[in-house]
Design a protein around this ligand. Structure first.
Ligand code: PEP
Length: 253
């Protein structure tokens, strides 16, 4: 009942021409995979060119971040409406690299999510524990804290237009994928927090929760077969068309 959603987070990689090449190849490889929603998240500078290249395609485009103010004296920032203007339908918010290196907080995640939704963008809201949290048994506490505060005061309609990504920080870019059971356990927790927060029937059941952290074509199928894993947020393996397309195909099975 939940359409699988596979997103490629390119981080700080690819020139404009490399980005155009990548999506041109990807388009040929994944065109026609209707049962899976496919998203790419290039750098800000490549968004417009990627958007032109993907015209008429089913692949959607996400920005990797945004600033919550609409316009004004905020040097270096990019607002939700500018992201829409450059051809995006989605935006990644609260990625652990933003939390770790750029001062992202649960409060800023919440402001960004509201700003994105008000502009008609679908936020992909990232949550996840660090290795030291997991080692001392604080995974549940950290994930709940990120989630509850990140989505604070979002209406049912807004949360239904959002995606949650569970990204254990220890699995991102490390080659250490969470086991399918570890992923399922936290995804089930996230869905139960959503069920507690949104009491209307089926809201929690309808929200898609992606797993992210060293997903590869080899690990994707087992992760995606878990009942509460509805897709993947992919970093390294999204930088090559074939490996990303193979993950998309794994989501079809
Ligand atoms: C990410 O950047 O969100 C990510 C999951 O990266 P990787 O797949 O490289 O671990």
């Amino acid at each position: 009942m939940r359409t699988p959603i596979i997103a490629g987070n390119w981080k700080l990689n690819k020139t404009i021409s490399e980005a155009v090449d990548l999506v041109s190849q990807l388009r040929l490889l994944v065109e026609g995979t209707n049962e899976v929603e496919v998203i790419v998240a290039p750098t800000f500078t490549a968004l417009s060119a990627v958007s032109k290249t993907l015209e008429g395609s089913s692949i959607s485009i996400a920005a990797q971040d945004l600033y919550w103010e609409e316009k004004g004296a905020f040097t270096g920032e990019v607002s939700a409406s500018l992201i829409v203007d450059s051809g995006c339908s989605h935006v990644i918010i609260g990625h652990s690299e933003r939390r770790q290196y750029f001062g992202e907080t649960n409060q800023s995640v919440n402001w960004k999510a509201k700003s994105a939704l008000n502009a008609g963008l679908i936020p992909i809201i990232c949550v996840g524990e660090m290795l030291e949290d997991r080692e001392v048994g604080k995974t549940e506490q950290v994930v709940k804290d990120h989630l509850v505060n990140g989505i604070a005061n979002l209406t049912e309609e807004q949360i239904l237009n959002s995606v949650v990504a569970y990204e254990p920080v220890w699995a991102i870019g490390t080659g250490k994928t969470a086991t399918p059971d570890q992923a399922q356990e936290v995804h089930a927790l996230i869905r139960s927090v959503l069920a507690d927060t949104y009491s209307s029937a089926n809201v929690a059941d309808r929200i898609r929760i992606q797993y992210g952290g060293s997903v590869t074509p080899a690990s994707a199928a087992a992760l995606l077969s878990q009942p509460d894993v509805d897709g993947a947020l992919v970093g390294g393996a999204s930088l090559e068309a074939e490996s990303f397309a193979d993950i998309v195909k794994a989501a079809q099975q």
